[in-house]
Design a protein around this ligand. Structure first.
Ligand SMILES: [Cu+2]
Length: 556
């Protein structure tokens, strides 16, 4: 693709510049554990920090990784397991603090799919995926490579924390006999919003198909690629083998799908004509020998069907990374794990092929804001693997990890955080903006006692304006007003509240300073709010709840 080369180059140098400044004054990182796995292979656990997490923060931070925080010698990284921990090594409850993302970037290499940015070689999100390559493959690390970490730690509460990011690396030094014959892999970062540095999009309740799902980007109401850049595609630059892939979605996400497009290719898999013996219904008095021949044919036929690659035209499905929700309430929290590819998933690629990624979100339960759809994949150069048009590759893979106990705080239960705001008396008529401060929406916050918590009122057609307090702006405490279904007063947890309001609104993350904020400190409600009580919450700090009321014109 020739479009926007300059743009990508700019992005790349921007990341480098940020890296330079972020690197100044960062201290204390260490190798905290080293285990010998035999033959010189090591399991190394690194710790970065302390990270002073401020009240309610949800910031993107770039941090240089020091030489002490990565393997000092050349070798292969065969596994990578990230985490976020307290100073004593315990893992904080993810309902209070959450690892929104961590992207490890190798500044010494160029990223394959972003056309000029540095190489994003490991990505983790709130689901804390572990990368474990199939035997014989690893990410080749040079001891002199320079790493940068882009992290986003989301503090859902007012409490400050001191935390560390840890990552356990299985490392095969070049000096190990195990390194002999190993093949290095290159990250192929497939992202529906590639190469955006904050690659997010929204999906809305009720949108997409009748099945209650939306396949992004193809079912988005408006073309998300208006600039003409097909961000979900990547043209394969050399022959090689895809060896591992895993999806990343946010809450509400159901899957990512990876496809291959090859000009002129067509289905070359097994042909499975239905045997004649299965075409006719079996008579009641059919002899046993016929019955047995028929069931044998049926088994053979089913086996054949199961081996058929999913090809439509010259496009073949390579893998569906399903989100497996441990969350009892369904696909509404990050208590989940993605499915990654099987060990035998080795897909032959040719230069000139096009890889394609899509992502699916649920749209029955709620709207989902700031979603991602990424399939982090890895490719080795050279030959090998199987032709996906001939051999089915898209078998279901294993669930990446077990249930994490830090996610055991789901919310949505008693006790309530405040009264049912729909039953409260009218508050004052709104005029001046409501100031959000101290994790409260002011008059609009029904958790406040007595008259202070009554929903403020406007006549139909009028609006409410909310503004961020100077303190919150200065301390980078960003808030949203996001509609949730009334009464929206159940206990707070990772699955509650959600953006399921009957009338949809969302202010975005009010604040200034670039992504993820909307670079605004005020927000005005839509003028078409229907008559009634509208409940809302803060997507960043879900303990914050509010309500406003619209009354018919002339009734004030
Ligand atoms: Cu907030």
């Amino acid at each position: 693709m020739s479009l926007g080369r300059g743009f990508y180059r700019l992005l790349g140098s921007l990341v480098c510049a940020i890296a330079f400044f972020a690197g100044v004054g960062n201290a204390s990182a260490e190798l905290i554990d080293s285990e010998d796995l035999g033959d010189g292979v090591q399991r190394l656990t690194y710790r970065i920090g302390p990270i002073e997490v401020t009240s309610g923060q949800n910031r993107i931070v770039y941090k240089m990784v020091t030489a002490e925080e990565r393997p000092p010698v050349d070798g292969y990284i065969t596994a990578f397991r990230p985490n976020l921990v307290n100073p004593d090594g315990t893992i904080p409850k993810s309902s209070s603090i959450m690892f929104h993302h961590g992207v490890w970037i190798n500044l010494s290499r160029r990223d394959a799919t972003s056309g000029g940015m540095s190489e994003r070689f490991i990505g983790t999100g709130e689901e804390k995926t572990e990368v474990v390559f199939p035997p014989g493959f690893g990410y080749f690390h040079k001891g002199t490579d320079v790493w940068l970490l882009n992290h986003m730690i989301h503090n859902l509460t007012p409490a400050e924390h001191t935390l560390y990011i840890t990552y356990q690396i299985d490392f095969v030094p070049l000096t190990s006999p195990k390194a002999e014959g190993m093949r290095g892999v290159r990250p192929i970062w497939m992202d529906v919003m590639n190469p955006n540095p904050y690659p997010v999009f929204d999906t809305y309740k009720g949108s997409g198909g009748k099945d209650g799902k939306i396949v992004w980007p193809y079912e988005a109401k408006e073309d998300p690629y208006k600039d003409g850049i097909k961000r979900n595609l990547w043209t394969v630059d050399r022959d090689g083998v895809l060896v591992w892939s895993v999806g990343h979605v946010h809450t509400g996400g159901l899957a990512t799908d990876l496809y291959l497009n090859r000009d002129g290719a067509k289905y070359a898999g097994p042909k499975c004509p239905k045997p004649r013996i299965l075409r006719k219904k079996l008579k009641k008095n059919a002899p046993r020998s016929l019955r047995s021949a028929r069931s044998k044919a049926a088994v053979k036929y089913r086996k054949c069907l199961a081996r058929m690659p999913d090809v439509k035209g010259d496009r073949v499905h390579l893998f569906k990374s399903n989100a497996h929700y441990y969350e009892p309430a369904g696909p509404v929290s990050w208590d989940m794990a993605m499915r990654n590819t099987r060990k035998d998933w080795l897909v032959q690629l040719k230069a000139g092929d096009t890889l394609e990624v899509t992502t699916t979100y649920e749209t029955k339960r709620a709207s989902w804001y700031e979603n991602m759809g990424i399939a982090i994949s890895y490719m080795a150069d050279g030959t090998g693997g199987k032709d996906p048009y001939r051999t089915r590759m898209d078998y279901t893979g294993p669930i990446n990890h077990r249930h994490y106990s830090e996610n055991n705080d789901h919310g949505g239960k008693l006790p309530v955080v405040g009264p049912d705001p729909t039953g409260l008396e009218n508050g004052p008529f709104a005029s001046d903006p409501f100031v959000i401060s101290g994790y409260s929406y002011g008059q609009g916050d029904y958790r406040l006692p007595g008259a202070a918590g009554r929903p403020p009122v406007v006549e139909k057609g009028d609006t409410f304006t909310f503004s961020l307090s100077d303190g919150d702006v200065g301390n980078k405490i960003w808030h949203s007003l996001t509609s949730c279904a009334a009464p929206c007063n159940k206990s707070t947890g990772i699955a509650y509240p959600i953006a399921d309001g009957d009338f949809r609104f969302d202010s975005g993350q009010m604040g200034v300073g670039g992504a993820p904020t909307v670079n605004r400190t005020t927000w005005t409600t839509p003028a078409n709010l229907p008559v009634g009580t509208h409940t809302f919450f803060c997507r960043i700090h879900p303990l914050m709840r509010g309500a406003i009321r619209v009354v018919p014109k002339g009734s004030g």
